[in-house]
Design a protein around this ligand. Structure first.
Ligand SMILES: O=c1[nH]c(=O)c2[nH]c(=O)[nH]c2[nH]1
Length: 299
């Protein structure tokens, strides 16, 4: 044989699922996209075409819906753990399962006297969870994307390297805006009970926002480090966090041709430039922790 099969996996991507729970007149809603990836003893499907070890991806989809109804969706992480354990423990050829979940937030629409069953899709960020299980050990990565934040002052960018192509002016007061993608890794479970995933998420989010707002920034790099360090310093169970921060540049508009001053004590007008953007990415680790989050957190 002149060829051999390399790494292979399969699964069902982006299973869209809305779970409504009724508690009398008060209803609750979970809105998810679930992706399942399985790997193990499945080489024959590629070599000979034998599907004996291939549980159809259609079945993976059905299992996700069935589990959502039978077990509910306690939290993105909790649901992911339930599913990953099921696939690895119920089928011998499956050695490893990964479940990725995106969760979309909804707010209630106030309807006095009419029960609590109306919702409006929230402008909040997308919450993410990834669970990997190999039959023995868990790895849980929690995170978020599209958390868009802006500081209208307390940001400068000066003292940078310059060469013959540098045109950027130094600034001691600029707008700093970004859309945060973050992935953080929970310390190995080793038999401990699962944390309260929702509480852990809200705390991590709060520290990211607090550090963004509370840092006098000399660069987005410095702000990134403070944001990551604040999560690690304040949350015992989190050993590693990776942040991807696009620099959403806000450039003051030149209004001089119209005889209008555009940088006054009362404020200024900016172009919100969407492309190109600087992209600042880094991992922050608890001292001694091993880096395990992939370098590209979107993969
Ligand atoms: O915070 C910043 N970091 C950079 O590396 C950079 N580069 C740039 O042009 N502007 C900025 N801002």
């Amino acid at each position: 044989m002149a060829t051999t099969l390399g790494h292979h996996q399969y699964g069902k991507a982006e299973i869209r699922l809305v779970r409504i729970t009724r508690d009398g007149d008060t209803h609750h809603l979970k809105d998810l996209a679930v992706s399942v990836v399985l790997s193990g003893d499945m080489a024959e499907a590629h070599y000979s075409g034998s599907n004996a070890n291939v549980l159809p991806t259609d079945t993976l989809k059905n299992t996700v819906y069935a589990f959502a109804q039978e077990h509910g969706v306690p939290s993105a992480e909790g649901f992911g753990i339930l599913l990953a354990r099921h696939f690895v423990t119920s089928r011998a050829p499956v050695h490893h399962a990964r479940v990725r979940i995106e969760e979309y937030a909804w707010d209630r629409i106030a309807t006095p006297g009419r029960g609590a069953h109306s919702f409006v899709r929230s402008g909040r960020e997308v919450r993410t969870a990834r669970v990997a299980f190999d039959g023995r050990k868990w790895e849980v990565l929690s995170g978020l994307r599209d958390l868009t934040v802006l500081n209208s002052t307390d940001s400068e960018f000066r003292g940078y390297a310059k060469d013959r192509y540098t045109t950027l002016e130094e600034t001691d007061d600029r707008v700093l805006a970004t859309s945060v993608t973050a992935v953080w890794r929970h310390a190995d479970g080793d038999g401990r009970p699962e944390p309260d995933w929702d509480l852990s998420y809200e705390r991590a989010r709060g520290h990211l926002l607090g550090a963004f707002a509370g840092t006098y920034s000399r660069s987005l790099q410095q702000t990134l480090y403070r944001m990551g360090a604040s999560v690690i310093d304040n949350l015992d169970g989190i050993d590693e966090i990776r942040l991807s921060l696009p620099n959403r540049h806000h450039v003051p508009v030149d209004l001089e041709p119209f005889g209008i001053e555009n940088d006054t004590a009362e404020g200024a007008v900016y172009v919100a430039v969407d492309r190109p953007y600087g992209l600042i990415e880094a991992t922050v680790l608890r001292a001694g922790a091993e880096p395990r989050i992939p370098v590209d957190p979107t993969r």
